[in-house]
Design a protein around this ligand. Structure first.
Ligand code: 5AD
Ligand code: SF4
Length: 440
């Protein structure tokens, strides 16, 4: 047998890219590749890219530039670009950076083995189609190796919402959901390999409408309840959701499905109705707040997280203050916030832009508020009893680290638990980035 070839994958962007990178590594595993942690000894380098904010493409070109020396030393080294920059730039990548052998868009990963063979044969390989077939179903040949206790599982891709700032509908295409049976099979496979917590992924995961076992589409709540039947699967999460797709059955599941964890990422982007309208969000600040009330009625201790954009075109200080007021009203457990970034080809790119210094200042003020709320939510856990799924040994001797039901990192000094165990823990202290506790 020949020695395995080495594959180095660098992943940018969201959790869906993390999942895709795993699937790509498995697909190339069938071609005799094993993963390596550094580009220096790789036979193939793959950059799995993100295009959500500006300068993404430029970053990819400068990263590629850094591999020039390696390619000169080892002409057999193959270099590929995957993900949303690959989708958006296509052939342009090979024109600007001729050392790139392979370009593959996020909907074509199942064709990687053929593309790799083509590249090995000295040809340029490019695929940025949106094929009909389920790319994951074709990504066979996955190793049955044991894995850690948590995993991502993509159930839905693409977006039909067309928020005025966002490239996702263009790079990932229209909303598509995977059939229930395939998701369940993949979940069972993960559980057999040691996984105890699955995070269901989708750009609009709560818009899930996958084909059910007897035909007819199932909702995300139905899928979650089906997955909850898998005995050894202890926890279920999902991300990312749109407020408009938060249906009654999903809200109810937060109240009565024990395995569904009390944490919800529900981006609102802005607290100003004027800006929300200009963003094409089709919900108001008020409707979002009412929705949060209904979710909290179903699950009072749920922790909420969100995404915010500051400095969206035409945003005034008054609009920004409405966003700050919404954050005060909701009270977040965590949040991601971004300065608006112009994406050519999206409607907002054409509009009057906010002064970048002003946008920076707003971002700082918003992040300070979120940090205070995050810390308060974490401190409020002290004295409470929570579930913790242990993921690894801690830095100090005898220490184990895991995630609480609410997604806080928790340190416990104990010799009574192993990686993959779920235990009840009483929280005793709250530090800057994590909690400490003791087994109950
Ligand atoms: N500029 C800034 N932030 C953006 N996001 C998406 N597009 C842009 C953009 N052009 C943010 C949104 C989204 C998150 C994934 O990224 O907040 O929810
Ligand atoms: Fe982008 Fe809006 Fe779709 Fe989210 S809902 S992926 S922000 S277009």
């Amino acid at each position: 047998m020949s020695a395995p070839k080495k594959l180095y994958i660098k992943t940018y962007g969201c959790q869906m890219n993390v999942y895709d990178s795993e699937r790509m590594a498995e697909a190339l595993g069938g071609q005799g590749y094993v993963e390596t942690a550094t580009p220096d000894d790789a036979d193939m380098i793959l950059l799995n890219t993100c295009h959500i904010r500006e300068k993404a493409a430029e970053k990819v070109y400068s990263e590629l530039g850094r591999f020039k020396g390696l390619k000169a030393e080892r002409p057999d080294l193959k270099i590929g670009v995957a993900g949303c920059v690959a989708q958006a730039e296509g052939e342009e990548i090979m024109r600007r950076q001729p050392m790139v052998d392979l370009v593959v868009g996020p909907q074509s990963y199942h064709r990687l083995p053929e593309l790799e063979a083509k590249a090995r044969g000295g040809e340029k390989a490019l695929d940025t189609d949106f094929p009909e077939e389920d790319k994951f179903e074709h990504l066979k040949g996955r190793a049955k190796a044991r894995r850690g206790p948590t995993a991502f599982l993509t159930v839905q891709e693409g977006c039909d919402k067309f928020c005025a700032f966002c490239v996702v509908p263009y790079t990932r295409g229209a909303e598509v959901s995977r059939p229930v049976a395939r998701v369940v099979t993949e979940a069972r496979d993960l559980v057999e390999r040691g996984v105890r917590e699955i995070t269901l992924l989708g750009q609009n995961v709560n818009a899930y409408h996958g084909e059910g076992p007897q035909g007819g589409d199932w909702t995300l709540a139905q899928l979650i309840r089906e997955l909850a039947e898998i005995d050894e699967l202890k926890r279920i999460r999902f991300t990312t959701s749109h407020p408009n797709d938060m249906e009654d059955d999903l809200i109810a599941a937060h109240g009565d499905c024990e395995k569904l964890m009390p944490y919800l990422h529900l981006p609102v982007q802005s607290g100003s109705d004027f800006i929300l309208k200009r963003m094409n969000r089709s919900h108001t600040a008020e409707s979002y707040i009412r929705l949060i009330e209904r979710i909290r009625a179903a699950r009072p201790d749920i922790l909420l997280s969100g995404d915010f954009i500051v400095g969206f075109p035409e945003e005034t200080e008054a609009h920004f203050q409405e966003t700050m007021a919404l954050i005060e009203t909701v009270g977040y457990g965590s949040a991601f916030s971004f300065k608006y970034s112009t994406r050519p080809g999206t409607p907002a790119a054409e509009r009057a832009q906010v002064d970048p210094a002003e946008a920076d200042d707003r971002l700082q003020r918003l992040q300070a508020l979120i940090t205070r709320q995050q810390r308060a939510a974490q401190d409020a856990m002290v004295g409470r009893e929570v579930g913790v799924l242990f993921e690894k040994a801690g830095r100090n001797p005898g220490q184990m680290v895991g995630k609480s039901d609410h997604l806080h990192a928790v340190h416990v000094t104990t010799d009574k638990v192993s990686v993959g165990d779920l235990a009840r823990v009483r929280i005793t202290a709250s530090g800057p980035n994590s909690l400490a506790g003791e087994l109950v």
